[in-house]
Design a protein around this ligand. Structure first.
Ligand code: DGT
Ligand code: CA
Ligand code: CA
Ligand code: ZN
Length: 577
């Protein structure tokens, strides 16, 4: 009998999300919400859902009753869900595909299908381009533009992956390769090494004198589903998750040049190659060669390639041709924040709102990361979907935190806090008297994303004028591969933040990375200081901090720009009053 592939939590959740979407399209009430809530809980679950099912513990998940438990069991035992398949059959062709476009909910999808006979994304694009949507009730020219933007996003999402989901896989492959006897040196390359926020494919470089053996081991790795190209210098495979991995094998003499070349970016390489050409040299993946006499100038190690061109070694995160080459020539590269220099996390959720773990469990995980402090920032009341805290519940939580802090004697500190909402007028959804008692106030926009640019800008600046607000959370609201940032005048917001002493967050959650690298760099030039927050919803999520640091490095930031590289005592100087 063929053994069933074990579904991951994300795969199980995806099935439940689809059920929710289809129920919504049918106009069923309440149930879609229930399915979505459970799907979300499964995504953030610290354990394997399959284990919970086997041990009969599904009811421990928030919101799981008998009905949904039965569905989950069916998914885990058979890999499919009959209920979902029958829901799919009831729908007109292509309607579900339309709901994958940001801004098109189930109702609109069904309406477009009925009114214009649209059967999928290609039809939708044709209709929007031809201006056939603007005259429908409830739509306009602006919605046509939004639809086209949504389609572009969707197409890109199909091809790219979040760094946060790719890096663990890439590291795993790197380790398995480096354990091989036939392999000498191994490194990640490409956009993964540059820690770009989204990744097209994974590039890995290795040295070996027996490339056939390495390639054989590579295509036999667990998780490889298809071989695209197989050779002795380059082999490409596709993993069962759909991720493409390219492995190149070179010999030691060319390792540095190959690493430099395959790390990219392409734009950085082109700029570097120009420097070589100006000296009558040639730079490629084999080395730096003097064209006058064919002599190899550099190639064995990467530092040597840069040094030969009179440049300091450039950290991969900066290699985007955004001024790093000139800075390297003038010894003016920034002193980038190190991955190990974070001393605490200023954006952590617990099961008091929609997190998976208790305050103490989050503290325990933070200690394991050698943090000195974390700020507990559960949502405030008006965010109903996240079970936000009322002022009374928040007061209970503060007492609980105080109790835990008193009992601890190892110097680790829990800070009280909130992630409150900035309403349409820039008001905060907690009274000032409550905010005044909290150590850390993160204020974020969670609704009304479609506000015009001018109003959104005013809204956030008004919130910053509340003297208790320490940090603006995920300041542009973007969701990578799915939702564009809302319209906001970031330079103006940055100037106000700098003047008022409000920190801007680099939210490290893999799907956010907000502020982005480029935005953070501009904000810093306006005098802004930053806070890095994992936005953790579980113990494991605390490790997302790494992606925030990567974003900060790609934004040319130093430790001194970032509040939570400071000890607790010095952190107070970065917070207001
Ligand atoms: P990705 O995969 O789209 O996230 O981005 P990369 O940067 O990993 O790009 P990829 O996988 O196509 O190629 C890996 C590296 O190889 C790239 O960063 C630079 C180098 N490379 C690839 N094609 C070219 C090229 O046409 N010219 C130059 N100079 N370098 C290239
Ligand atoms: Ca790549
Ligand atoms: Ca590649
Ligand atoms: Zn938030």
């Amino acid at each position: 009998m063929e053994r069933l592939k074990r579904l991951t939590n994300i795969e199980v959740a995806a099935i439940l999300y689809e059920v929710a979407d289809l129920l919504e399209i049918k106009g069923v009430r309440f149930k879609p919400y229930a399915y979505r809530r459970v799907a979300q809980a499964i995504v953030t679950l610290p354990e394997d859902i399959a284990d919970l099912a086997r041990e009969g513990r599904l009811s421990e998940i928030n919101g799981v009753g008998k009905g949904i438990a039965g569905r989950i069991t069916e998914i885990i035992e058979t890999g499919r869900l009959g209920y979902l398949e029958s829901l799919r059959e009831e729908l007109p062709e292509g309607v579900q595909e339309l709901t994958r476009i940001e801004g098109i909910g189930p109702k609109r999808a069904l309406f477009l299908s009925r009114e214009l006979g649209i059967q999928g994304i290609d039809d939708l694009e044709a209709a929007a381009t031809a201006g056939r949507i603007r005259d429908l009730p409830g739509f306009g020219e602006k919605s046509e533009e939004n639809i086209l933007a949504g389609i572009r996003m969707r197409r890109m999402a199909g091809k790219r992956h979040l760094l946060g989901y790719i890096l663990p896989t890439a590291r795993d492959i790197e380790q398995r390769l480096s354990a091989l006897e036939s392999v000498g040196r191994v490194s990640l390359a490409g956009s993964v090494r540059r820690r770009k926020e989204t990744i097209g494919d994974v590039d890995i470089l290795a040295t070996s004198t027996r490339p056939e053996d390495v390639m054989e081991a590579f295509v036999s790795l667990p998780g490889v589903s298809r071989i695209l190209v197989r050779g002795t210098t380059k082999t490409s495979v596709v993993l069962t998750t759909g991720i493409q991995v390219d492995l190149r094998v070179v010999d030691d003499a060319h390792y540095g040049a190959a690493l430099q070349y395959f790390t990219g970016s392409k734009e950085h390489n082109i700029a570097l190659r120009k420097l070589a050409i100006a000296r009558n040299w040639r730079l490629n993946e084999y080395g730096l060669v003097d064209l006058a006499d064919g002599r190899m100038i550099a190639g064995e190690d990467e530092v040597g390639v840069y040094r030969a061109l009179d440049l300091a070694w450039i950290p991969p995160e900066l290699r985007e041709d955004r001024g790093e080459i000139e800075a390297a020539r003038n010894n003016a590269l920034p002193d980038l924040i190190d991955y190990g220099s974070i001393r605490g996390d200023l954006h952590v959720h617990t099961h008091w709102s929609e997190g998976a773990h208790s305050i103490e469990e989050m503290a325990e995980a933070a200690r394991a990361l050698h943090y000195e402090y974390i700020a507990i920032c559960d949502h405030a009341e008006s965010l109903h979907i996240a079970r936000g805290l009322s002022p009374e519940r928040l007061a209970d939580q503060m007492r609980e935190i105080e109790r835990i802090n008193r009992a601890a004697d190892d110097g680790f500190t829990l800070l009280t806090g909130t992630e409150c909402n900035i309403d349409m007028d820039g008001q905060i959804d907690l009274p000032d008297s409550v905010l005044a008692d909290l150590d850390v106030v993160v204020a974020s926009v969670h609704s009304g994303f479609k506000q015009p640019r001018e109003e959104m800008t005013e809204r956030v600046i008004t919130a910053m004028h509340n003297e208790h607000v320490d940090i603006i959370g995920h300041p542009t609201g973007r969701v990578l591969l799915s939702r564009e940032a809302y319209q906001i005048d970031l330079p103006r917001v940055s100037r106000a933040a700098a003047a008022l002493g409000v920190l801007m967050e680099i939210n490290a959650f893999p799907g956010r990375l907000d502020l982005s690298d480029v935005n953070a760099r501009q904000a810093r030039e306006a005098g802004v200081r930053f806070s890095l927050g994992s936005d953790a919803h579980s113990q494991k999520n605390l490790r997302f901090m790494e992606f925030g640091v990567a974003t900060a490095r790609r934004g040319w930031l130093s430790a001194g720009d970032i509040a939570n590289t400071r000890s607790l005592a010095d952190l107070r100087g970065f917070l207001r009053s």
